[in-house]
Design a protein around this ligand. Structure first.
Ligand SMILES: [Zn+2]
Length: 114
């Protein structure tokens, strides 16, 4: 299984730039398919203003999740308490890219111990 292009580090670099300057995302090409259809949306998880980031390409439908991010000023946010349905209206069903070729099946539950 080899994923050509669009390594985690490429996505993360774009995320970091978009985080610092949300409008710069429009100038960024997808690391996988080079389309300029990237979106960054934050899912709010707490009143403290943190949540996780969803970065994806609307063309090839690949992307990443970045957990525990502080939501930056002016970002697109899915408010706390939204249903999965509401979330799906904003975020399409994407194939997630994980660090180091990890398939990342159950990354949501980091508390699980082997
Ligand atoms: Zn793409």
């Amino acid at each position: 299984m080899s994923e050509q292009g669009g390594a985690w580090s490429d996505w993360l670099a774009i995320y970091e730039q978009a985080y610092a300057s949300p409008t710069a995302l429009r100038e960024q090409a997808c690391p996988r398919c080079a389309a300029r259809e990237l979106s960054l949306v934050f899912t709010e998880r707490s009143v403290g203003g943190d949540g996780y980031a969803n970065l994806w390409c609307g063309h090839c439908l690949h992307g990443i999740h970045v957990s525990r991010s502080l939501i930056p000023e002016g970002a697109t946010v899915i408010p706390r308490g939204s249903t999965a349905e509401q979330e799906n209206l904003v975020i399409p069903d994407c194939r997630l890219v994980w660090p180091d070729g990890d398939d990342g099946e159950q990354h949501e539950n980091e508390s699980e111990v082997f």
